[in-house]
Design a protein around this ligand. Structure first.
Ligand code: CP
Length: 312
């Protein structure tokens, strides 16, 4: 039986640290937090240490803090922090933990959030570490599936695009194994899901298939999770140029899909979803970005030990 105390003071570094019942508890909490505003986090200070660009993750966290009466300190790029003078991540964390109650970290290096959690005496939430994981994005994605499809269990989810470098994909694929999802992976060979993750799926006996054709993947899908080709992770720009236009979802491609197909994307998008798709009734990606506030309100309230004032 999960309770609010299971989340108090907890780090969020990867999705794999969460059991299915804990994730379900968090998603239920997010639903109850949707309309909540007030002073629940009054006097609490949240630090946003973003060493990589972000719009949704940082601003939805900041919006969530503001709606609950807390305040934020932090920076939105490495260049304006003392990292530019040579300060280590560990030292930055040691300093900022004295200014705040919760540390939100985005960093280009895989493992940075784990390192910060080992150093910090306050909870750390991984807001994306390199191509590794993006756990709060996954909670938002699951919440979106629940809201848009009415369930998560047993959904057939098609992932399309950059499955090699996309950290949102890595987290979500990993956690969908807890929800008996069927998984289809659509990518060029070069952008396949990393071997380690494919092996994990096989070890867990998860039903999955790989294809290169987006059109052919769609007829049986419940959810399409489109992704951007992650230019910032390529060491060779000519490789990026080769794959940047690998897929474009437009209305003609959607003719192969069920009318009820839910279209998700962690955003930002570049060209992989045509603007004409935005008016599709099940184009959920902007709603998905907005659900981030409710999910992050619930998560922070739980970690900081204030959620019992809201949860029935
Ligand atoms: N989905 C996501 O992580 O978006 P940002 O990079 O804008 O935070």
């Amino acid at each position: 039986m999960v309770s609010v105390s299971d989340f108090a003071g907890r780090d969020v570094i990867t999705v794999n640290e969460f059991r299915r019942d804990e994730i379900v508890f968090l998603l239920d909490a997010a639903a109850q937090f949707e309309q909540v505003t007030g002073t629940l986090l009054a006097g609490r200070v949240i630090a946003t240490l973003f060493f990589e660009p972000s719009t949704r993750t940082r601003l939805s966290f900041e919006s969530a803090v503001g709606r609950l009466g807390g305040s934020c300190v932090g920076f939105a790029e490495a260049g304006v922090s003392s990292q530019a003078k040579g300060e280590s991540l560990a030292d930055t964390v040691r300093v900022v933990e004295g200014y705040s109650d919760l540390l939100l970290l985005r960093h280009p290096l895989e493992g940075a959030a784990r390192l910060a959690a080992e150093v910090a005496q306050i909870p750390v939430v991984n807001c994306g570490d390199g191509a590794h994981q993006h756990p709060t994005q996954t909670f938002v994605d699951l919440y979106t599936m629940q809201r848009e499809c009415g369930r998560i269990d047993g959904l057939h989810v098609v992932f399309a695009g950059d499955l090699r470098y996309g950290r949102a994909v890595h987290s979500l694929v990993s956690v969908l194994t807890l929800f008996n999802a069927r998984i289809t992976l659509v990518s060029p060979q070069f952008l396949r899901l990393p071997e380690e993750q494919r092996r994990t799926l096989e070890t867990l006996g998860v039903e999955y298939r790989e294809m290169e054709s987006l059109e052919a993947s769609l007829p049986e899908a419940d959810v399409l999770y489109m992704t951007r080709v992650q230019r910032e992770r390529f060491t060779d720009p000519t490789e990026y140029d080769k794959f940047k236009d690998a897929y474009t979802l437009d209305m003609s491609v959607l003719q192969n899909a069920r009318d009820s197909l839910a279209i998700l994307h962690p955003l930002p998008r570049v060209q992989e979803i045509a603007r004409e798709v935005d008016v599709h009734p099940h184009a959920a990606y902007f709603r998905q970005a907005h659900y981030g506030v409710a999910v992050r309100k619930a998560l922070m309230a739980l970690i900081l030990g204030h959620a019992d004032k809201v949860l029935a």
